[in-house]
Design a protein around this ligand. Sequence first.
Ligand code: PLP
Length: 417
Amino acid sequence: MNAEPARLAAGMPYDVARVRADFPVLATRVRGKRLAFLDTAASAQRPLQVIEAVAAYERTSHANVHRGVYQLSQRATDAFEGARERVRRFLNAASEREVIFTRGTTEAINLVAQSWARSTLGPGDEILITWMEHHANIVPWQMVCQQTGATLKVAPIDRRGELRLDAFRALLSPRTRLVAFTAVSNSLGTVLPAAEIVAAARAVGALVLVDAAQAVPHERVDLRALDCDFLAFSGHKLYGPTGIGVLWGREAVLREMPPWQGGGDMILTVSFERTTYNALPYKFEAGTPNISGAIGLAAAIDYLEGLGIERVHAHEQALLQRATAALGRIPGLTIVGQAARKAGVISFTLEGVHPHDLGTILDAEGVAVRAGHHCAMPVMDFFEVAATARASFGCYSDEADLEQLVAALGHAREVFG
Ligand code: PLP
């Protein structure tokens, strides 16, 4: 299996062929063709190390956590809590009390909306987001604004797909109670200026939530440097399992928040007259958690850090540059989102071909790209397109994927000529 950690330690170059060997699905054929998997932004593939960590847990250690006095339950609890500590270290968080396991980014943001925002906000208060948000960072705020009478404000973007920082700053005021923004746009690839956004939000006394779903797989996120109050991400975009994610929250803020869901594990005592709640983070983890998912997530973090996040980032950036140049040479192709700083995501349209038809033609050539609105309909409206096709890269993406994409696009042009 993977020799990359040793190569990393020895200062040797990134070897994408070795990395690809860790991902069994990449060897499968699609419609008789080599698979060029270019939809990592939607969900990354899993390496053997993650698959086997989950299987080993299922084979040897599964039981419910936190409740059993018997050894197997203790083992499961140790593995589950060990995963929490692994996430804490990954994010450089102060305490594992701040690490709450959720189903994913969506649930993490809804938790903040329904616990913190719903209990804190009222008429006259404002939540500020950006035009580039995934629906997961729009709709929960719309819902809580309806519930509380607070107002949702949206900071605009420009034609390159960058946040208009001046306009963002102009929308901030002492009424702004929360700024919620994506660190990296899933539809455009834009890397947002997180430090500037956080500093500006802090200056008016607002709390800050960072949607890091598209950030943590590609660049190191250090909570102590970022200085936000909440951060959310999903395991499945980080080479881990689906159905597991994380809400990190600053302990002082989490302590004041009421629980969101009620049930087992989140309580200390229950009687029909009165219930007392458990300590952090369990207060926010009602019911049996996704134990194997958390273990898989920890294995995925081990895997990514074994590759070296900085090396993966450099690899993806090199691929992004080559892809941008190659796609830019295709007549009739328009890249949607041309920010100065981008992650490995290219959204594009091809003249005369609906993105869904394009997706189907590319699929016939073994190329998996996403076609649609990418759960970011306001971005599509802004660029006046119904949808785009989107190619996105991960640690295993290579030159051959890119060549296959370019050839398939050439074929699509012939078909729709
Ligand atoms: N935020 C961003 C930026 C995303 O890209 C996604 C998923 O595409 C989400 C939130 C939602 O993540 P999940 O569906 O894993 O909850």
